[in-house]
Design a protein around this ligand. Structure first.
Ligand code: ZN
Length: 152
């Protein structure tokens, strides 16, 4: 294993053992659940948007493998405080990176921690574990947007 692999593994384990933004939001704009039956990963995601469409709070309750929990933890940090539009851009960037075959897709500089998950691509079964929080977030954003944002 190379030094970079070690660093990436440490990042993943850090987020697994100390997942950020765990818990629930009582007055959430949306609450959605995601399940990955292949691995047994389960995730409940709470989102709170303000009326400008900014992700004001995000919390989750993850019961799953290290990849699922770490991915969710890093995701929560990446989208907290972002606009809906920016959050969707981040999701797209990460999903494209994870799903690309052949040519590697770079992540934005600000998503540095998420680079750690690029190595998961070597284990196709685990890609679903890494993507579960992100797909759940997409659903959550849509539900939250319907509920609380007024578009002109
Ligand atoms: Zn998993």
């Amino acid at each position: 294993m190379s030094l970079t692999d070690d660093l990436y593994r440490e990042t993943i384990l850090d987020h697994y053992h100390n997942p950020r933004n765990q818990g629930k939001i009582e007055d959430a704009s949306a609450e959605v659940e995601g399940v990955n039956p292949l691995c047994g990963d389960e995730l409940t995601l709470f989102l709170k948007l303000n009326d400008q469409g900014i992700v004001e709070d995000i919390k989750m309750n993850a019961h799953g493998c290290s990849i699922n929990t770490a991915s969710g933890s890093m995701m929560s940090e990446a989208v907290l405080g972002q606009s809906l539009e920016k959050a969707r851009e981040i999701i797209e960037n990460f999903k494209n990176m994870m799903l690309s075959k052949g040519e590697e897709i770079p992540l934005d500089d600000e998503l540095e921690d998420l680079e750690a998950l690029r190595g998961v691509k070597k284990y196709p079964v685990r890609i679903k574990c890494a993507l579960l929080p992100w797909n759940t977030l997409l659903e959550g954003l849509e539900a939250a947007e319907k509920k609380c944002c007024h578009h002109t």
